[in-house]
Design a protein around this ligand. Structure first.
Ligand code: CO
Length: 151
């Protein structure tokens, strides 16, 4: 189900999200809603707090594919890249953000099986942006030269 995307100013975007403890039907529903909402919005990523749910769950939709990360944590972050970001919760704006160029994360899938993954380039940027959401951090906290985009 397509959910409304919470906009900046809502406190749910600024809290620290709780880890998922139950890999149950409710988690599957949350992940399905996040997929429907992200694909509808044509975004590169979505974190659960962006649909009002303060849990450590993100989805990422990039060239490499569509990914669901439950309780993701960084193993390492390497290099640097500087590039443009926007956010579905900060409509009409974009800014330049310094991120690692390569990251490795550990995460669970919706069944609770644990995996690791290495992401590079824009995929790494999207992972970093979404994991920040889980700690109440928005890209605008880190960006230079935030600008308004013509709609
Ligand atoms: Co965002």
């Amino acid at each position: 189900m397509i959910k409304e995307i919470v906009q900046v100013g809502d406190p749910v975007l600024r809290g620290k999200c709780r880890p998922v403890e139950k890999f149950d039907e409710a988690l599957s529903r949350l992940l399905d809603d996040m997929r429907d909402t992200l694909l509808d919005a044509e975004g590169a990523g979505l974190a659960a707090p962006q649909i009002g749910v303060p849990l450590r769950v993100v989805s990422v939709n990039v060239e490499e594919g569509y990914f669901e990360f439950v309780n993701p944590v960084f193993v390492w972050q390497k290099g640097e890249q500087y590039g443009t970001e926007g956010c579905l919760s900060v409509r009409g704006k974009a800014g330049e953000v310094l991120r690692p160029s390569k990251v490795k994360i550990l995460f669970s899938d919706r069944k609770g099986d644990r995996y690791s993954l290495v992401a590079r380039g824009f995929f790494a940027r999207a992972v970093c942006h979404e994991l920040d959401h889980l700690d109440g951090i928005l890209y605008t906290d880190k960006a230079d030269r935030i600008r308004s985009e013509e709609d």
